[in-house]
Ligand binder design. Structure first.
Ligand SMILES: [Zn+2]
Length: 143
C-alpha cells in the first residue's frame, strides 16, 4: 500500500523540463514535428541525466518510452558546442520510434531500427551532416 501511494505521489509530482541552457527541447520538438510529421505526433519531451562527464559507459543520447509517450534527451547535448542540426536529428530519431515502432523479424526477433525506420531516418534534411558530425565527435560522449 505504501509503495502504491508513493508511486502515485511520484507520478503526480513529475514535470518535464524542456528549457535548457542552450536548447529548448519543446521548440525543437515543435519544429521537427511540423516539418516531418505534419504536427501529428503528440509526445512529451524532457531533458534527462546530468550534464557532467566522467561515466565509464557510453551514454544514450536519446530514448523513447512508448508507454509514457515520452522522449528523453541527455543533458550532454545541452551544450553550445553541439550543432543545432545534430540535436534536431536526435529528437527526430526518437520521434521516428513512435511513428515506426519495432517490428517482429524472422524467428520473432524484435527489429528496432528496421528498414522502414532507416529509410525515414535518411529523410532528415541534414542526415549526412549529422552522421559526419557524430563520427568526428564520438569522444564527447564517451566517459
Ligand atoms: Zn533508436
Amino acid at each position: 500500500m505504501f509503495s502504491l501511494i508513493a508511486s502515485l505521489f511520484k507520478k503526480k509530482k513529475t514535470f518535464f523540463t524542456t528549457q535548457g541552457k542552450v536548447f529548448d527541447l519543446q521548440e525543437i520538438y515543435r519544429q521537427v514535428n511540423d516539418e516531418y510529421f505534419d504536427a501529428k505526433l503528440n509526445l512529451s519531451i524532457t531533458w534527462s541525466g546530468h550534464p557532467g562527464r566522467g561515466a565509464q559507459y557510453k551514454r544514450r543520447l536519446g530514448s523513447f518510452d512508448p508507454k509514457a509517450r515520452l522522449i528523453k534527451i541527455h543533458r550532454l547535448l545541452d551544450n553550445a558546442s553541439i550543432p543545432g542540426y545534430f540535436i534536431n536529428f536526435i529528437v527526430y530519431h526518437e520521434m521516428l520510434h513512435c511513428a515506426y515502432p519495432p517490428k517482429k523479424g524472422k524467428k520473432g526477433r524484435r527489429l528496432i531500427h528496421h528498414a522502414v525506420f532507416k529509410k525515414h531516418e535518411k529523410q532528415f534534411r541534414e542526415y549526412h551532416l549529422a552522421q559526419e558530425w557524430i563520427k568526428n565527435n564520438r569522444h564527447l560522449f564517451l566517459g
